[in-house]
Write a protein that binds this ligand. Structure first.
Ligand SMILES: [Mn+2]
Length: 326
C-alpha cells in the first residue's frame, strides 16, 4: 500500500522492534536515511553483506551502529531503505516489509505492507519530508547524516533539483553545522585498490562506436561502480563494468551514462533490469546509474548490455560537438 510521508508515523507505530535495512554495499544515502529514521522512530540499522567505504565513514562520523547481516526473526518489521530490487537486499526479505525509496523500480512494491516510493534525487530528501510531516526534529547528527546522503547521491548537487537545494538548506539550518563539515564526512582518501581497479577498467576497456556514441565495457574484481563512472568521465557515453562476486558465479555489472544519453531517454535501470532477468538475476537503479546481478559469463552479459544500449541510442541524431555532456 502506498502511503504519503505524513502517514509514516501511524503506520510504523504498531511495531516495537524495527530494522532499517540497507542494500548491499550500503552508501551514504542508505546509511544516512536509515540513521535519521531510526533516531526519529526507533529501530536498528542493518546492511546486507557489506557497507561501502563512504557509508562506513558516515556511520562512524555520526555514531551510527550498523549491524552486518542481522537476523530478520529478531524484528517485527523490516523497513527496506534506498533499495528497489530484492536481490540488492539479499534476496530473502521477510514479507511483509515496508519500503522507503527513491528509485524507479516496482519490484518491491507488491509485497510491501506499506511503502513510500517517489522520484527524488536521494532517499534522504524523502526521509526529511517524513520527519517534518510527522513533527520530528532531527538532532545535529541525524541532519548531518541526511545531508551527507544527499551530497553523495546527487554527485555534490550536480543532479540536484529545487527540492534538493531546499532540503539541504533546511538541514544546514536545523543541524547548525557548516556545509564543509558535511563534505568532510565524505572526503576519505581513495584507496590504492580502488585506484588500481579504475586504472585496470580503463586499460582493459572495450569500446563500441555506434554513430557518435561511445559504449565502453570492462571487467574488474571490485569497485565496478566507480570504474564505470570513471569511464564516463573519460569520454564514454555509456559504460558497463562487470565483476565476479560470491564464489565467482555471481556477476555484478554497474552501468553509468552521460547526460547526453539521459536527454535522449536511455534508461539504464530498465536496460539492466531486462538483461539481469535474462540471466537468472535482476537489476535496476536510476536512468544514468544502475546495477545488475546475474549468473553467467561476464563477457556474454556485457555483450547483451552493449547491444541493448546500442539499440536504444539513435544513430545519426547526435549533436556532433558533444557539448554539454556531464
Ligand atoms: Mn539513494
Amino acid at each position: 500500500m502506498r502511503i504519503c510521508e505524513q502517514q509514516y508515523s501511524d503506520h510504523i507505530r504498531p511495531f516495537s522492534r524495527i530494522l532499517y535495512l540497507c542494500h548491499r554495499n550500503a552508501d551514504p544515502d542508505a546509511i544516512g536515511s536509515s540513521f535519521a529514521l531510526s533516531q526519529a522512530f526507533g529501530g536498528a540499522i542493518g546492511v546486507v553483506d557489506d557497507i561501502s567505504r563512504l557509508g562506513a565513514s558516515l556511520a562512524e562520523a555520526v555514531g551510527a551502529h550498523v549491524l552486518l547481516n542481522p537476523q530478520f526473526e529478531d524484528y517485527d518489521l523490516v523497513v527496506v531503505v534506498d533499495t528497489s530490487v530484492e536481490l540488492q537486499a539479499g534476496g530473502n526479505l521477510p514479507a511483509p516489509y515496508a519500503l522507503v525509496d527513491h528509485h524507479l523500480d516496482e519490484g518491491l512494491l507488491d509485497n510491501a505492507l506499506f511503502y513510500i516510493q517517489r522520484p527524488a534525487k536521494s532517499t534522504a530528501e524523502i526521509v526529511w519530508r517524513i520527519l517534518k510531516d510527522n513533527g520530528k526534529k532531527p538532532d545535529r547528527d541525524a541532519a548531518l547524516a541526511l545531508l551527507a546522503g544527499i551530497v553523495s547521491d546527487t554527485g555534490r548537487f550536480k543532479r540536484a533539483t529545487p527540492e534538493t537545494f531546499t532540503v539541504a538548506a533546511e538541514l544546514l539550518a536545523e543541524g547548525g553545522f557548516s556545509y564543509e563539515e558535511a563534505l568532510e564526512v565524505l572526503s576519505i582518501p581513495t584507496s590504492v585498490s580502488q585506484r588500481i581497479a579504475v586504472l585496470k577498467a580503463a586499460s582493459r576497456a572495450e569500446i563500441l562506436r555506434h554513430g557518435d556514441w561511445l559504449i565502453a565495457s570492462s571487467v574488474v574484481n571490485s569497485f565496478e561502480g566507480v570504474a564505470a563512472m570513471s569511464l564516463v568521465d573519460l569520454g564514454a557515453d555509456v559504460a558497463f563494468v562487470a565483476g565476479r562476486h560470491g564464489k565467482g558465479e555471481r556477476i555484478r555489472i554497474s552501468a553509468r551514462s552521460s547526460r547526453a544519453t539521459v536527454r535522449i531517454g536511455l534508461n539504464l535501470a530498465k536496460l539492466l533490469g531486462e538483461v539481469g532477468q535474462a540471466f537468472s538475476g535482476d537489476g535496476g537503479g536510476h536512468m544514468s546509474a544502475s546495477a545488475l546481478e546475474a549468473i553467467g559469463d561476464p563477457i556474454v552479459i556485457l555483450d547483451a548490455c552493449r547491444k541493448k544500449a546500442a539499440e536504444s541510442l539513435p544513430c545519426g541524431l547526435v549533436c556532433s560537438s558533444g557539448a554539454g555532456r556531464h
